[in-house]
Design a protein around this ligand. Structure first.
Ligand code: SF4
Ligand code: SF4
Length: 82
């Protein structure tokens, strides 16, 4: 069953510290190049359990848990990095 909530990562806050990547048990997060910097991004929404450990681990408040359908819509609109 897909997770009800998925992480939405704010690239403006993300420092690419990698903490969220390290705590994600199913390994569905990774750091992606975005221009000259890297930003954490959700690679596999279907594999995300919605556990929110990435949000808890982020020291910079860059991760929000959002309802899965709105996360997908925001991603399609190019407004957030999932
Ligand atoms: S909510 Fe849990 S499973 Fe999903 S990306 Fe964050 S740490 Fe990984
Ligand atoms: S823990 Fe926060 S700042 Fe660090 S890589 Fe993940 S989203 Fe970016």
């Amino acid at each position: 069953m897909p997770a009800a909530f998925l992480p939405a990562i704010d690239p403006a806050r993300c420092t690419a510290c990698g903490r969220c990547v390290a705590v994600c048990a199913p390994h569905v997060l990774s750091l992606h190049p975005q221009g000259w910097v890297k930003t954490a991004a959700l690679d596999d929404a279907a594999g995300c359990t919605g556990c929110a450990q990435c949000k808890v681990a982020c020291p910079f408040g860059a991760v929000r848990m959002v309802r899965a359908h709105s996360a997908v819509l925001a991603d399609l609109a190019g407004k957030t990095s999932l």
